[in-house]
Design a protein around this ligand. Sequence first.
Ligand code: UD1
Ligand code: UDP
Length: 358
Amino acid sequence: PTVLSVVGARPQFVKAFPVSRLLRERVREVLVHTGQHYDFGMSDVFFEELDIPEPEYNLGVGSANHAVQTGAMLREIDAVVESEEPDLVLVYGDTNSTLAGALVAAKRTVPVGHVEAGLRSGNWSMPEEVNRVLTDRCSDLLFVPSERAVETLAAEGITDGVTVTGDVMYDAVLRVRDRTATEATVLDDLDLGRGEYVLATVHRQANTDDPERLAAIVEGLASSPRRVVVPLHPRTRNALDRHDLLERASNALTLIDPVGYVDFVELLAEAERVATDSGGVQKEAFYLDVRCVTLRDETEWVETVEAGWNELVGADAGAIRRALRRTDELPEKPPLYGGGHAAERVVDGVVAFLEPEA
Ligand code: UD1
Ligand code: UDP
């Protein structure tokens, strides 16, 4: 059988990393890169470092507004599905590449598998929330990270095909953590002491496109008692420039280009704490025992907040300042999102679906 896996944005490369190799031991995988992310530091570096198979197709879709970008993906993915005739389309996460893959498959009545199904932020103005809900509705196999996601899907009437696998990103972190000591160079490059700096990442549409929120985040981070290192997403660099905040940000913060995954895991693991609006980084912080301050009003990773390891502060400079200074002890960590064997469970689920007799 043939599985067509669709990736396109940075978080999807990280998620496909533990899954793709395993999948290829069991079935024929055709990997499609939509081209949503295309800079070396946003795309190629992950394939090289993580030894992700080279995509059979790169659709070169690039950047545009949601409709134009998703529309171009629909057209291009559809042509690949037509010629490859896959038995399943596998999608990851909640980006426009995820939705496009799922929608093409649903319209061609090809079964869809969704890794990271069942997550909800409850905020419908978030483009990713639209992608999550619609992708789950199109999916036949829903691979979810937690029991909570099972309940969320059940409340929407989705009960068939749901499997709790844990989080494939935990698998990814565990596999890379072994390599950071010998391969990561970023702490030396930036002259950073372990536990002496704050790591920050910002790229969410709601934060970059609203100049008031972006300015408040810059001021909040600038009030940190420690040095703040920010690997800057290209979207955010453009937004800082557009909103006349780049000079202020580069004076107050250590702005660097996006880094590869080995350096990122090292930066995160050795940070005193992290401030982020990323989905993936909230979980990775938890896995690496790092306190997380989330620059959003809500999160789909609610378990990390309930566990006391993640604090939602929105885009409020005062709240960010206070959160960066908190020194209370963190509670004992409950096990969340599985034990780091999610990729095996995803692959087992895919194979069982495609070869029920095997
Ligand atoms: C996308 C996802 C988001 C995910 C994020 C991960 C959607 C709707 N959003 O957001 O869920 O958290 O990826 O990083 O799918 N750009 C470059 N070079 C690149 C890629 C992007 O310069 O290689 C710039 C372009 O100006 C582009 C902007 O970043 O317009 C936004 O890129 P896009 O892929 O549309 O959305 P992200 O903000 O990256
Ligand atoms: N990441 C990275 N280098 C960076 C920033 C992030 O390797 O400079 C990794 C990060 O560890 C995470 C993944 O990229 O696993 C996706 O993160 P992003 O915040 O872009 O997307 P999200 O999870 O919010 O969709």
